[in-house]
Design a protein around this ligand. Sequence first.
Ligand code: PLP
Length: 395
Amino acid sequence: MAYQPGRQFLQIPGPTNIPDRVLRAIAQPVLDHRGPEFAKLAAELLVRIRPIFKTRQPVLIFPASGTGAWESALVNTLSPGDRVLGFDSGQFALLWTQMARKMGFEVETLATDWRRAPDPAAIEAALSADREKTIKAVLLVHNETANGCMSRVAEIRAAMDRAHHPALLLVDTISSLGSADFRMDEWGVDVAIGGSQKGLMLPAGLAFCGVSEKAIAASKQAKSPRCFWDWEPLLANTGGNFPYTPACNLFFGLREALDLIDAEGLENIFTRHARHAEATRRAIRGWGLEIVCAEPRDYSQSITAAFMPDGHSADSFRKLVLERFNMPLGAGLGRLADKAFRIGHLGDTNDLMLGGTLFGVEMGLVAANVPHNAGGVMAALSYLAERSGEAGRIA
Ligand code: PLP
């Protein structure tokens, strides 16, 4: 491919752009992972990661991508043949149910039209109908990266409580962690699953499981075979005694990323993401395109998906935008394949980067002869300009 000058605009919903400071931190000489210096670093990070999940509970770190943390959550809390409640509400929620089925669990699935997040009332009804309390866990994706719908976890927790159901609440925060508010302890989440390559602004390679006391108690009873994903050695790990080689250099990056998060402030980061999500939606409406998430209260703060007009291929559009403007956009996944494209607006992103992204999309719509109204970019820019003094901006 010919050289394309300037930085590539990586506007997929993860992996996200990595700040230069984080890249430089990762590019350090390797440490002895059994030595005192790494033990000190890991011990520090095992504590500092907790507020990102808003928990006082242990957060376990695996050298893996987020999919591994899904598996870890299942095998540590469940026994073969256990029943779980999952969702056909988007590609990632669906993949998690498929994993659970492959691993020998019995999965009951609640479906949506993939244009809204799971309905708390439907969850309450499903759990209330389970009089024998055989459902052991609910597998919820906080932010469905495939369609830009965000679950209302607090409402789902309340629905589970109203049903007086003891199922564990397992929540995938992979594309919301560090981008949208997530409160593991307050929302009664039993396992919170995360990955490093989205809001945390790192490469893929660290998978997280925040574990409640109830989940730890379940792990002591669960009979699923497990070795690499076993929580037990990690719960005993004080920093220097991982049961395998940790991803040491990503720990350097994580320390730097947490410094950046501390400097901006987690709540300010959420405000920035909310602003960018709203600006993106205004642009999409301005172009006359349809936002995939049909329920405003379910709008995601980190990714927005838009339908292409009938008869136009989203994949051809993305290909053109990549080749002409050097900007990868997210593909439509699963049943949205070729029908929708996704704009990732999460991680290390500022107003000007978002403006450039939307500009690239509008130029792409023109170049691809996609019927649209001009001016979506301007609708977004006016909104961003109105909020230029908002909290969450670097003074
Ligand atoms: N869950 C969600 C919500 C995701 O967005 C992703 C990846 O994009 C995954 C799970 C899978 O994680 P990974 O690709 O890190 O294995």
